[in-house]
Design a binder for this molecule. Structure first.
Ligand code: NAP
Length: 359
């Protein structure tokens, strides 16, 4: 069930208008919430599931500074959530955002499956979700042997055999986690070299329960009531064989949760939100951070740094209302800085005079 944490803060202007609405309560959104609430801005954080995002589904986080023995992803998420609430951020979970709309008065409305929320600034941190392979059987066997979450479902495979698909950090780390339960874990990877961090690779290669199926892709999940096998094809030899597994965990990458932003802010071809180096999107008053932002590194440390920067910039924006005047025709302008509107078509952060932040 969703949890509403409310601590009353003075709201500026209209009592029904938040200073900042944050979409997504993963590490970046919760960090932005901590910073905005500590800045005494009325802040609401909207989350479609439970707070924590991807890390809440991660068994052990070993590379976030300050936890030399590692910390469970769930615990880390819970700490961030409590920290944001403690400073006054309102957190609304199980709330799916359907649209974001700018208004001529400078405010935004965010429509969720439950309500409409007004805010003066917006921070987008909607995160990512697991990419589907689309192979036959994947959708049919969801909940009956197909999963994207070893932390959630791993214990169901005690003494059994599973396959993980992918060669990145998620596949290798979650595959290692699955060896706590399963007798055997196949790692099906389309190349003969892993993408995962070297330390995870070393552990995986040293684990006798892990068997690597190189140069291979999944073709079909097979079974009757439950998963009974994974058909894989070797891309070099073209040989097809069926691995006898009771479970298949897909870790073949992620897609950003940004469909609701189509036509609202600029995104790259894969759907990741484009910003300048100050986390400003193409829409004045809207900032973005975390895994759904077009950036070169998807890590918790990166996400919290981006969340902090987005929050600081959002507060500067609220202090100074840095948008240029609306262009003729009433269209909300792109970022241009406090006095010098960006040249038409110029990307934020491209170095124009209008990109200089005002302290
Ligand atoms: P990822 O790094 O994008 O890896 C996806 C893997 O799936 C790659 O090995 C890729 O193969 C393979 N793949 C992609 N499409 C495929 C397809 N259609 N069929 C078969 N295989 C396919 O994704 P991820 O592992 O989910 O990680 C996402 C991000 O989160 C990464 O930046 C990662 O570093 C980060 N992360 C970090 C940690 C950590 O630091 N502890 C833990 C988890 C995730 P190729 O290698 O051939 O492209």
């Amino acid at each position: 069930m969703g949890l509403d944490i409310r601590i009353d803060l003075p709201r500026t202007e209209q009592s029904d208008t938040y200073d900042v609405a944050i979409v997504g309560a993963g590490p970046s959104g919760l960090t932005a919430g901590i910073y905005c609430a500590r800045g005494r801005r009325s802040t609401v954080v909207l989350e479609r599931n439970m707070a924590g995002g991807q890390i809440a589904l991660t068994e052990l986080v070993e590379n976030y500074p300050g936890f030399p023995d590692g910390i469970s992803g769930f615990d880390l998420a819970d700490r961030m959530k409590r920290q944001a609430a403690q400073f006054g951020a309102e957190l609304r979970e199980i709330t799916t955002v359907a649209s974001l709309q700018p208004h001529e008065d400078g405010c935004f409305s965010i429509t969720t499956d439950q309500e409409s929320i007004r805010s003066r600034a917006v921070i987008l941190s909607p995160g990512v979700e697991a990419k589907r392979s689309g192979i036959p059987g994947e959708a049919e066997f969801i909940g009956r042997g197909v999963s994207w979450c070893a932390t959630c479902d791993g214990a169901l495979y005690k003494g059994r055999t599973v396959a993980v698909v992918g060669g990145g950090d998620a596949a290798v780390e979650e595959g290692l986690f699955l060896t706590k339960f399963a007798d055997k874990v196949y790692v099906v990877h389309r190349r003969d070299e892993l993408r995962a961090a070297k330390i995870a690779q070393e552990r995986a290669f040293a684990n006798p329960k892990m068997e690597f199926v190189w140069d291979s892709v999944p073709r079909r999940v097979v079974g009757d009531q439950m998963v009974e096998g994974l058909e894989v094809q070797n891309l070099k030899t073209k040989e097809v064989r069926t691995l006898p597994v009771n479970g298949v965990f897909f870790y073949i990458g992620q897609i950003p949760n940004t469909a609701f932003l189509q036509g609202v802010v600029e995104r790259d071809e894969a759907g990741y939100i484009l910003t300048d180096e100050l986390m400003r999107t193409s829409l004045c008053g809207v900032f973005a951070c975390g895994d759904a932002r077009s950036n070169p590194l998807k890590q918790i440390a990166m996400a919290v740094g981006e969340g902090a920067l987005a929050a600081v910039q959002a507060q500067r924006y609220l202090d100074q209302l840095e948008c240029p005047l609306p262009a003729a025709g009433g269209q909300r302008p792109a970022w241009g800085g406090p006095t010098v509107p960006a040249a038409s078509g110029e990307r934020p952060g491209s170095g124009g005079a209008g990109d200089t932040p005002t302290p």
